[in-house]
Design a protein around this ligand. Sequence first.
Ligand code: BES
Ligand code: MN
Ligand code: ZN
Length: 519
Amino acid sequence: MTVQLRIYMKNALNATVPIELPSVYVIEFSPEIRNEGPAMKVSVKDNKESTFSCDVLILPLLENQGIRAYRDIDKALDGLPGKTISSKEFSGRHGEISLLHTQGRINPERVLLAGLGKKEDITPEKLRQAGGKAASYIHSLGIRHAGLSTRTIEPLHISPVVFLEGCLLSEYRFEKYRKEADQKGLKDITVLSGKDIGKQIKWVETAARAAYLARDLVNTPSNDMTPSGLVRAARSLKKVSVKVIERKQAEALGMGAYISVAKGSLEPPKFIVITYKGKNIAPVALIGKAITFDSGGISLKPSEGMEKMKYDMAGGAAVLGVLKAAAEMNLPVHLIAVLPATENLPGGRASKPGDVVRSIDGKTIEIISTDAEGRLALADAIGYVKKFKPSAIIDIATLTGACSIAFGNDAIAMMGNDDSLMAKMKKASEETAERVWQMPLFDEYKDYIKSDIADLKNSGGRTGSLITSAYFLKEFAGDVPWIHLDIAGTAWTDKDKPYIPKGATGIGVRLLLNFLKSL
Ligand code: BES
Ligand code: MN
Ligand code: ZN
């Protein structure tokens, strides 16, 4: 819902007419940007499992280790969990689950045996997935209050908080367009541990809620998630400042590449600049592709599957998520985030193949395909942030179909001009399992995007297009340390994953937060 404040006056004929206010005076109120996600409480308690009152106590179990780790609970339950294992109904295989009622023998009403897999195969990601599976199962039963035992995880030298992270990430649902929303879902989850893990919990919870925000923004269809919708989302963030450059001003600044994408649409483009200053240092620039719908423009896409092109702003959504979490956690970083938001539609004024446009840094670009619009918008965003002398530029974008051809749903393509920066990104990607894989930017790729009449062309054709799209951006980054992340394959999933329900994945939020932490 948008509420607009209107002021009326009497005209010469004594009729009441609204005064046309410039949009800067329009007060917008958008309860649909929830910003918080499910109202689930997470806490930590140094409590014995059997005396903790809850609907379900989650007992993570290693494969083929019997019930040894939970002797006391097994005894209190008359050997029922042990029997479930000896009868081979549950072996502890990764992702396996078994629910038992406790019939009042211990305080938790039920115990949920959650398989972690073999001890030697355990990784943080395996734990995250096991957490996701356990929480999805609990969700499907409509159970509200959960406790999590940490005694089998703590000896593995992996934080049990990773299991919790999987639980939190899997609890996301997108229900705002249904008459009857899913009312199920955990109300609270308590980690039973004597360790000092409060800070870690705060981190994963804040990051998970930031990923919820990103998923919400991406799942929201383009008729609601317009460039102006993204502005509202940006303004819903606390402790950041938001500036919006409108079409006219963007033209005046020389952003001919970005503006050329917006020409076919009646929806006003919004070049959104968000600043968060947690420390007085040179900023890191985060640029998110924010095409709220990519029809391809005059180089129209085939209609099959086009409905998914609402997710072409997933990079922008990830950046908003990162700012939300960074500000909430008071991270000691300085961030300048830019979302060059617009739709890409065909229309009477739309850019046409063959047109030449001029970018903010003066380079001219021949538009070969109006469907290679992301790099046009990003080129001006990169040119714009360079004025702030950033120590690094990170762009994140659903840039190429070739990215999902190469990597499927399971890796982000990474390219850049600074090896040590990319090494940090790689490390953050291993920690979060939002995995990046580097592709080369050999000088030879420059030839692919040479134009016969302009400085560059926006498409080098199909061969090598994952790389040539990045090479195009590299020409604008110049000598500023820069990383490009192509999330076209990872920002959306057609199938439920262990801790990602189908739809928008929120990819990039946890990756970039961990990356920023490492700086
Ligand atoms: N937004 C698309 C890329 C995309 C495709 C993202 C499928 C997610 C799923 C991008 O703007 C695009 O259309 N890229 C073209 C570039 C080509 C015309 C050089 C592509 O990859 O086909
Ligand atoms: Mn496109
Ligand atoms: Zn696109």
